[in-house]
Design a protein around this ligand. Sequence first.
Ligand SMILES: [Zn+2]
Length: 296
Amino acid sequence: MSQNTFANPDLTTFCRLDELGLRAVGQHLDRGRAVLDGRVVERDYWCHHCGCQGVPRDTVIRRLAHEPLEWRPTTLLVRVRRYLCTGCGRIWRQDTGKAAPPKAKISRGGLRWALAGIVVSHLSVSRVAAGLGVAWHTANSAVLAEGKRVLINDPARFDNVTVIGNDVHVWSHTRKGDKFVTVVIDLTPVRTTTGPSRLLDMVEGRSKQAFTQWLADRPQTWKDRIDVVAMNGFTGLKDRCQRGTLGGGSGDGSLPRRAPRRRRVGPLPATRSTRHTQSSRACVLCQLEAGHFSAN
Ligand SMILES: [Zn+2]
């Protein structure tokens, strides 16, 4: 038996509000939801403009969806103090950037939970939205933005890539029709049997032009060493009119150099999306699972 040391029960640390720069001062529990009353820990009472001290003026409330306990949505009601500058008369509010991005409706903890839910647990966007107690579109755009921020906006991600594949997914269904996204996947680790594939980029649209344009935007030196593998959902890629787009890296530039069959390129542990092409909104992010994702 391990020897546990117990501290006093503490809602702030239990709900990881301390990581958001918040302190819990109250709770309201219903069967269906929990509401936490939170305060911003950092005082922030020096004027951002002239540096004079401010005096408290009033408070405003910022509502944030937070990670749920079980499936009960948790809402943070963050009381944000506003100050009036005694020097220049400007008004500002306490910085809540640690708790959530500006104008966001979901806390950073909630975002982390949502992304982990979709990437690691394969939850649907609907399920995540229900857990957070927010609208589908709110969850969808927040998770996409967070996914891009955490996993894709890494300038070094194109380094050492030699094989890429792409696939088309329906990301959202609307009354005006479906929205498509083309995902670009780094298959280098699969070819070299050093690891799973990983997500490299997401491009709006499903057309061959979308992918062609994406390739055109890459530096020539990079394209010169890249092979493109056609994946199941993107038959257009097999079209010979792609020839020449890639330069000399694939010999005569014809595509694909490697057969798209999974058995030819080795195991593709993270290509759930290729099996589920155009059937699931969450599939795009399933590709993220193959990346170096950490839920923390
Ligand atoms: Zn001032």
